[in-house]
Design a binder for this molecule. Structure first.
Ligand code: NAP
Length: 246
């Protein structure tokens, strides 16, 4: 798919990996909807950067864990920048709970993480699918995590929710073929605000990785764009982790 002139929506598109992806899509000539739920200033700043470089972008607030807000988000996006051809399901949340502390993995924590990380991604795919089908093409990239492959992450419910994202990718690829391709990019550690307060641990990790480097958000954004562009691929789970899980 040639991204030039397409309308793309990035959930959580104003910070970290989402921001780098919004900028990378705009550089390839896409019109970008930068979704946010709380980080309005960051979303507006991302839009400003895109427009100052001659691109088209718009920030739209919506909590993707709420189906009604998701439907309104895609209607508003279509009204203002045209039907969405590209969805990057990037928004995610976690709770920091030691893996062995099962008692702290309460029902509330499970519900909160699943509502955004899993059901939110599904709501977005379901809402965008009719728009993509009408235009005869579409591509979705979900952001997973190596936590979903190794079982180890910021908390047990987070790791399981990301494993579910990998499964969701395969099921959506089947459900939405042949018009819509669905793939999953699986990052290892990426230097974003996700690591706030844990920067030292992140930097301690670097020498132990085969490539001895922590990924930058731009590394992930580049692969997201490649997966969107690649028309012979669907249902794939692609890891970009400096060799961490090899
Ligand atoms: P981040 O900057 O904190 O990004 C998370 C984004 O999700 C924020 O923009 C946030 O926006 C958005 N978000 C959260 N809940 C939302 C909701 N209900 N509705 C709409 N947006 C929501 O951290 P990041 O590292 O770039 O994370 C992006 C993705 O990468 C996540 O899915 C994460 O699981 C995944 N990942 C990150 C790493 C890493 O090491 N950084 C590794 C593997 C996977 P608001 O602030 O506006 O809510």
């Amino acid at each position: 798919m040639d991204l030039h002139g397409k309308t793309a929506l990035v959930t959580g598109g104003g910070t970290g990996i989402g921001r780098a992806t919004s900028l990378a899509l705009a550089k390839r000539g896409a019109k970008v909807i930068v979704n946010y739920s709380r980080s309005r200033a960051e979303a507006e700043d991302t839009v400003r950067q895109i427009t100052s470089e001659g691109g088209r972008a718009l920030a739209i607030q919506a909590d993707i864990s709420r189906d009604g807000e998701v439907r309104d988000l895609f209607e508003a996006a279509a009204r203002q920048l045209g039907p969405v051809h590209v969805l990057v399901n990037n928004a995610g949340v976690t709770k920091h709970i030691p893996m062995e502390d099962l008692d702290s993995a309460t029902e509330e924590v499970w519900d909160e993480l699943y509502a955004t990380n899993v059901k939110g991604m599904f709501y977005c795919a379901r809402a965008v699918a009719p728009h993509m089908k009408r235009s005869g093409q579409g591509a979705i990239v979900n952001i997973g995590s190596i936590a979903g492959q190794t079982g180890l992450g910021s908390s047990l419910p987070y790791a399981v929710s990301k494993a579910a994202v990998h499964g969701l990718t395969k099921s959506l690829a089947r459900a939405l073929a042949p018009d819509i391709r669905v793939n999953c990019i699986v990052p290892g550690a990426v230097a974003t605000r996700w690591w706030t307060g844990k920067e030292a641990a992140m930097h301690r990790l670097a020498p132990n990785l085969l490539l001895q480097r922590i990924s930058e958000p731009e590394d992930i954004a580049q692969l997201v764009c490649a997966a969107l562009e690649q028309e012979a691929m669907t249902g794939q789970i692609i890891t970009v982790d400096s060799g961490q899980t090899l």
